[in-house]
Design a protein around this ligand. Structure first.
Ligand code: 5AD
Ligand code: SF4
Length: 470
């Protein structure tokens, strides 16, 4: 794909700002102050997309609300990764028939990964007539234009063509208040893991220009953000499509040169593309958190092959051993799928044994969920749900014991944290994160929010540490 076909031309982006202005004027003429409710499901990439959607809505004159009942526009930014995520969205859409009955002018929009699935958009067309606008992740940048079409034509708009995938710079963003910010460094995925829907809905891999990423991070640091996460489905293949001989470790090293007091994290990493050089750069850097989210999915080689993961159990172990060697104290987390089609109990227990062998700080564990259109969805899947649940419970038990032990080892020590917000626990009113992103509930003054602090750890459980600011 030629680069000029990937980058959306400036003139097209400028046009979107004009559509924002048109929507603004439309409401000004009605002397109305419209409110929008954006509900985001799923991964951090979606959260980052949600912030751009809110940015475009604010630029179009909307204020933001959490309550769909008082909203003139409701936007569901959806996730397609598992069936459960989709079921929740259909449930929410059902409930919106009532809000729309109360307020027939309400505009209901659906975007994100689900919207890009033909199966879903057909179902919306047929069975959810109250939905006014449906657009996939590829069309996010032209949301203002699509929304204007809805207001102008009073017809339903569907923009779900299977496009090659583009990059749009300079979309307005509504950032979370506080210390955390997300920066997408690339979009799409080329890996086609056999269980995964993402490559079908988010298109092929394309990387933002290094200068654009560096400028955004610099701006965020200057604005006071202290915990910045670089996002991509597989950040380790950053730059492969740019032909600059510039790769993810180069980007990390360059970001690290930006002066200031802040931490850089990134996710996700694919083990097949993670290199010792990446870990060397992390180890040598002063801003990159010594934390790694490295999904292994399965500890069995046959299952890994069927998943199309392109590494073996041993290769994974070698990789994490190297990373731990160059970064003592590295906080390591991972994603795991139990019950892939055809997986046996013995194979599932290979996953459990890998968890025991590596000692992860936290795991994100999932029972396999068939996604129509993927290769795995048509593979024979003889194990019952009850069997899979039993394997899953075993995995959780092992991991929970391990997390509890890891956390207990912190009691009596001092850790450096970034205080990021308030909690609803009156005894520990603050929440904070260690460099490794471990949750620490904190006694201390609200004035600490947004600051780095040293904390004496006084207690722990499976999920968190407890402590007091020194
Ligand atoms: N079923 C269950 N889990 C899945 N994941 C991706 N696709 C599926 C699926 N079909 C998990 C993987 C991935 C994480 C984001 O979601 O573990 O790393
Ligand atoms: Fe899905 Fe695999 Fe791509 Fe991750 S790397 S988004 S699991 S296909």
């Amino acid at each position: 794909m030629e680069r000029e076909n990937v980058l959306i031309p400036q003139a097209d982006l400028d046009r979107q700002r004009e559509f924002e202005e048109k929507i603004r004027r439309l409401f000004a003429a009605r002397e109305a102050h419209p409110a929008a409710c954006v509900d985001t499901f799923g991964c951090q990439q979606n959260v980052a997309d949600g912030q751009k959607l809110m940015g475009m809505l604010e630029a179009s004159g909307f204020t933001l609300t959490q309550d769909p009942k008082e909203a003139d526009l409701v936007l569901l930014n959806t996730c397609a990764i598992r069936e459960h995520a989709e079921d929740r969205v259909f449930g929410n859409l059902g409930a919106l028939t009532h809000t729309k009955k109360e307020n027939p002018e309400q505009v209901i929009c659906l975007c994100g990964c689900m919207a890009q699935e033909p199966r879903v958009s057909e179902r919306i067309k047929k069975s959810y007539p109250h939905v006014d606008l449906v657009f996939g992740p590829q069309a996010l940048w032209k949301f203002p234009e699509l929304l204007w079409q809805v207001y102008e034509t009073k017809k339903r708009v569907f923009s779900v063509q299977d496009e090659h995938g583009t990059i749009a710079e300079g979309i307005p963003v509504v950032r979370e208040k506080g210390v955390k910010a997300w920066v997408s460094i690339m979009y799409g995925c080329n890996n086609f893991c056999s269980y995964c829907i993402v490559p079908y809905v988010r298109g092929r891999e394309r990387s933002r220009d290094p200068q654009a990423v560096l400028a955004e991070v610099r701006q965020l640091v200057e604005a006071g953000y202290k915990d910045i996460t670089l996002l991509g489905q597989n950040v380790n293949s950053y730059g492969n499509d740019l032909d600059l001989g510039y790769h993810f470790p180069d980007l990390l090293a360059d970001i690290d040169q930006i002066p200031g007091e802040y931490l850089i994290r990134f996710m996700s990493s694919h083990p097949k593309d993670a290199t010792p050089r990446l870990f060397d750069v992390m180890a040598a850097s002063s801003h990159v958190a010594k934390q790694l989210h490295l999904p292994f999915q399965s500890g069995n080689d046959r299952v890994l092959k069927e998943m199309n993961r392109r590494y073996t159990r041993q290769q994974y172990l070698d990789l994490v051993n190297y990373a731990k060697r160059v970064m003592p104290g590295l906080v390591l987390t991972s994603d795991v799928i139990i019950g892939f089609p055809g997986e046996t109990e013995e194979e599932a227990m290979d996953t459990v044994s890998l968890v025991e062998e590596v000692g992860f700080d936290a795991l994100f564990t999932f029972i396999y969920s068939p996604r129509p259109g993927t290769k795995a969805a048509v593979m024979p899947d003889p194990a019952t749900r009850a069997e899979k649940q039993k394997w899953f419970d075993k995995l959780l038990e092992v991991q929970n014991n391990m997390s509890a032990k890891l956390h207990a080892a912190y009691v009596g020590k001092t850790v450096r944290v970034l205080v990021d917000g308030e909690s609803d626990d009156p005894e520990y009113p603050l929440t904070s994160r260690t460099e490794g992103n471990r949750l620490v509930r904190l006694k201390g003054d609200k004035a600490l929010i947004g600051q780095f602090a040293d904390v004496a750890v006084t207690g722990s459980n499976t999920w968190a540490l407890y402590g007091e600011a020194i």
